[in-house]
Write a protein that binds this ligand. Structure first.
Ligand code: CA
Length: 696
C-alpha cells in the first residue's frame, strides 16, 4: 500500500513539473501574478507596476531579525539600476554595460553570465552612465537591451543567444538602459539619447523570432517626408518654426511602461525634447506632441489611442519617463481606473487611464517653473518670471534631474499610499543664442556659462545645503503627503512596499532602510557600503521570504553632480544583496579613499584657466562631474597620476583609453582647447589640495 502511495505522489509531482517548465512565465501568469506572490515575474512584479509584494512573513514586528543572507559582486563599479526577475528559484539581473547574470536565488551562486561585449566607446553616448534596468522573462527566454541598441533573447536555462536584433540607427547616439516589457508575445523596447540628439520611438519585437512587428515614433520627423503614422500629421501642427528633426526632436521612451490587460492598453512614458531649449527647437511655440507625455497605445499594432502631456512645450528636460503605476482608487466616492506618475516637473498626476482625461495634480516638491496645474484644462500655468528666453534664469526648480527621476515608486493597496523617492534640486537655465548643432556632443541649447558651479566655498556650501532628498508617502486621492523621511542627499533609491506593512528604500549614502508603511516610523536599517539607486524586490523560496536589492552608486547624479557622499565612494563593484530573517552575514570591509597626492604646480594664466573651465563644462562634466569634482564612479580628474598628466593629449585627443569608455575628443576640441582644459584641471586640483591641507 505505502509503496503504491509514494509512487502515486511521485507521478503527480512529475506531472506537475512536466506541465510547469522552469521559467515558463507567460502573459497569463503575469496577469495572475497574485496567485504566485513567491515569484517576481515582471519588472514592477505585475503589469500594473505597483511594486507591492503580497508576502508578509517579514513584518513590522520581526524586522529586527532581518540580515544579509547572501550577496553577489558584479564586474563593474558603474551604476547598478536593475530590478531582478525571480522565478522558479532563479534570479535574472543585469549590471552596468548590459551584462546579464542568472543566480541561484537561495544562495547567489552564479548559474551563468552573458556579456554582450558592448564596445566601450559607445558608452560616451549614454547621458547618464552605462546602466541597465533589467531583463524581461517569458516562455523560457531572457530578453534585454544593450547600451549600443541591441535587443537580445537568451535561453533562460543556459544563457545562450536565441536571437539578436539591432533596434537603432547607429549613425545616431541612441542607447538602451530601460528594461523591456513582454506583452502577450511581443517584446516592447524604447531607447534614450535625447540629450545628444535623437528622435524617440518605441518598438515591438516578436518574442519567438526577434523580428520587428511595429514602431511608434513619439515626435514627427522632417515634414518634407511622409509621416510613419496618421497621428503624427496631427502632432506636427504643434511644432512651429524650427528644424527640430536635425537635432532629432527627442521624446525618447527610455524607461517606464505599464500595461492594462482588461483595457488592452500599453502606456509609455515619453521624454524631453532634443534640444531641451524650445526657443531653438520650436521657436514659433506649440506644445510639441508627444514630448513629456504619457501615451496609450494598442500593444498588438502600436496604434495611438490617447495621450496626456504633463509638460506642454517642455524646455527644462522635464521628462514623463518616470515610473507609472496603474491602480483602481476611490476619488470622491467613486472607484476610478487611474494611472499615476510623478514626472520630473514636480507635480504628482492622477489621470483616468481609460481615456487620458485629467483628474488631479499637485506639486510633491517645491516648484517654481509653474504656479499650478489648471484644474479644468489640466495644463500647467507657467511662471513668466522664470521664463529663460534670451536670458539666464537662476535656480529654476526642479532642475533637469527632476523632483523625481527614474527610481521607481511603489503603491500599497493596503495603505492606499504611493511612496515617491523625491528630491529637491534646482538649475540655472540660460538661452544659448549661439547654438549650433554638433552631432558629436550634447545638444541641449542651454548656455553652459550659466551652469558652471559656484567658485567660492561659501557658495558651494550653500548649494550643497539646498539639494536634498526625501521619501514621500503620498495619498493620491487627497493629493497630499501623509508622511515623509528626509535625507541629506538627493538621488535615493527606488521603493518596495509589502503586505508586512513595510516600505523599503536604499539611499545615496548606502543605507538600506525599512519604514512602517502606514505611518513612516523608521524600523530598521543596514549599511550596504555603496550608493543605492535600484528598487528592492521580494520573493520567497522554501517558505522563506527574501528582500533583494542591487547596490552600486552611479547614474546621472553621481556622474554630473560630482559629489561622492558615500563613505566608500564609488570604488567598489556593484552587488546584489539578498536578506532574510535570522541571517547575519557581513559584507567584506570596503576599501577606503586613497589620499590625494600633490598635483603639479599651476602655472597657466587666468584667461587660459577660464577658457579651460568653459570647455570642460561643455564637454567633460557630464561624466567627470561639475567643477571637476569626481563622483567616485569615473576617474576624478583632480587626482590624475604623473603618467596621466604626461599622456593627457594622447588620452583626450588620441583615444588611448577608449577601451574604458573614454573616447577621443579630437573632432570636438582642438589641441589648444585640450591644453586649456588640462590647465583648468591642474588649477582645480591645486585648489582642492590646498583646501585639504588647510583643514588638516
Ligand atoms: Ca533627459
Amino acid at each position: 500500500m505505502m509503496k503504491n502511495k509514494s509512487f502515486y505522489i511521485f507521478l503527480i509531482t512529475a506531472m506537475f513539473y512536466g506541465c510547469n517548465q522552469p521559467f515558463n512565465i507567460s502573459h497569463e501568469r503575469i496577469v495572475q501574478a497574485d496567485l504566485e506572490p513567491e515569484n517576481w515575474m515582471a519588472h514592477g512584479r505585475t503589469f500594473d507596476e505597483q511594486r507591492f509584494s503580497p508576502l508578509n512573513q517579514i513584518d513590522s514586528k520581526n524586522i529586527q531579525d532581518l540580515g544579509i543572507d547572501w550577496y553577489f559582486t558584479t564586474d563593474t563599479n558603474r551604476g547598478h539600476e536593475a530590478s531582478p526577475i525571480v522565478v522558479d528559484g532563479v534570479m535574472f539581473l543585469t549590471s552596468a554595460w548590459s551584462v546579464v547574470y542568472a543566480l541561484d536565488a537561495t544562495n547567489g551562486e552564479m548559474l551563468w553570465k552573458y556579456d554582450p561585449l558592448v564596445p566601450k566607446e559607445w558608452g560616451y553616448n549614454a547621458c547618464c552612465d552605462v546602466v541597465n534596468r533589467g531583463v524581461a522573462v517569458s516562455k523560457g527566454k531572457v530578453v534585454f537591451g544593450t547600451i549600443d541598441g541591441r535587443l537580445i533573447a537568451l535561453d533562460a536555462k543556459s544563457g545562450s543567444v536565441l536571437w539578436e536584433s539591432l533596434t537603432i540607427d547607429k549613425s545616431r547616439p541612441y542607447t538602451i538602459t530601460g528594461a523591456p516589457r513582454i506583452v502577450k508575445d511581443k517584446v516592447i523596447i524604447g531607447n534614450g539619447g535625447a540629450e545628444l540628439g535623437v528622435r524617440g520611438y518605441v518598438s515591438a519585437y516578436d518574442l519567438d523570432l526577434g523580428n520587428m512587428i511595429w514602431r511608434f515614433y513619439t515626435v514627427p520627423g522632417d515634414p518634407s517626408h511622409d509621416f510613419e503614422n496618421p497621428i503624427l500629421e496631427e502632432a506636427v501642427k504643434t511644432w512651429k518654426g524650427g528644424k527640430w528633426w536635425e537635432v532629432g526632436g527627442g521624446g525618447t521612451v527610455w524607461d517606464s511602461m505599464a500595461y492594462d490587460p482588461e483595457l488592452d492598453l500599453l502606456y509609455i512614458g515619453v521624454g524631453n525634447g532634443s534640444p531641451w531649449n524650445r526657443y531653438i527647437r520650436s521657436p514659433g511655440g506649440g506644445d510639441n506632441w508627444f514630448l513629456s507625455s504619457i501615451v496609450a497605445l494598442k500593444p498588438d499594432t502600436g496604434e495611438y489611442v490617447w495621450h496626456y502631456q504633463t509638460t506642454p512645450g517642455d524646455t527644462w528636460d522635464y521628462t514623463a519617463t518616470q515610473h507609472m503605476i496603474l491602480a483602481d482608487i476611490k476619488i470622491d466616492n467613486e472607484i476610478k481606473k487611474v494611472i499615476m506618475q510623478a514626472p520630473k516637473n514636480g507635480f504628482f498626476y492622477v489621470i483616468d487611464r481609460t481615456n487620458g482625461s485629467f483628474i488631479s495634480a499637485k506639486n510633491y516638491v517645491p516648484v517654481n517653473w509653474a504656479t499650478h496645474i489648471d484644474p479644468i484644462s489640466g495644463r500647467p500655468i507657467e511662471n513668466p518670471e522664470k521664463n529663460y528666453e534670451n536670458r539666464v534664469v537662476e535656480e529654476i526648480t526642479p532642475g533637469p534631474l527632476g523632483g523625481h527621476n527614474w527610481q521607481p515608486m511603489s503603491y500599497s493597496p493596503n495603505t492606499g499610499l504611493v511612496y515617491i523617492p523625491a528630491q529637491e534640486l534646482f538649475f540655472n537655465y540660460g538661452d544659448d543664442n549661439n547654438f549650433v548643432y554638433n552631432k558629436n556632443t550634447w545638444n541641449t541649447g542651454i548656455d553652459i556659462n550659466a551652469t558652471v558651479p559656484p567658485k567660492s566655498q561659501e557658495e558651494l556650501n550653500e548649494l550643497l545645503n539646498a539639494i536634498k532628498g526625501h521619501l514621500s508617502a503620498w495619498d493620491p486621492s487627497a493629493q497630499q503627503e501623509v508622511w515623509r523621511s528626509s535625507y541629506d542627499w538627493p538621488w535615493n533609491g527606488g521603493v518596495l512596499s509589502t503586505a508586512g506593512n513595510l516600505v523599503f528604500q536604499g539611499t545615496t549614502e548606502g543605507k538600506f532602510i525599512a519604514y512602517k508603511a502606514d505611518n513612516g516610523e523608521k524600523l530598521w536599517e543596514i549599511d550596504l557600503q555603496n550608493g543605492i539607486g535600484a528598487p528592492p524586490i521580494s520573493y520567497s523560496i522554501n517558505g522563506e521570504q527574501y528582500i533583494a536589492v542591487m547596490v552600486g552608486y552611479g547614474g546621472a547624479y553621481a556622474l554630473t553632480a560630482g559629489v561622492p557622499p558615500v563613505h566608500s565612494g564609488g570604488n567598489i563593484n556593484g552587488r546584489i544583496v539578498s536578506l532574510k530573517l535570522g541571517s547575519n552575514n557581513q559584507l567584506p570591509e570596503p576599501k577606503s579613499y586613497a589620499e590625494m597626492t600633490e598635483p603639479p604646480a599651476s602655472n597657466a594664466d587666468m584667461a587660459t584657466i577660464a577658457r579651460g573651465e568653459f570647455e570642460y563644462h561643455e564637454h567633460c562634466q557630464f561624466c567627470h562631474g561639475a567643477g571637476a569634482v569626481g563622483g567616485g564612479v569615473i576617474p576624478d580628474l583632480q587626482q590624475m597620476t604623473e603618467l596621466t598628466h604626461k599622456t593627457f593629449l594622447g588620452i583626450v585627443l588620441g583615444g588611448a583609453h577608449k577601451d574604458k569608455g573614454m573616447v577621443s575628443f579630437k573632432e570636438m576640441i582642438s589641441e589648444e582647447q585640450a591644453e586649456d582644459i588640462h590647465a583648468y584641471l591642474i588649477d582645480q586640483a591645486n585648489k582642492t589640495y590646498t583646501l585639504l591641507h588647510q583643514s588638516n
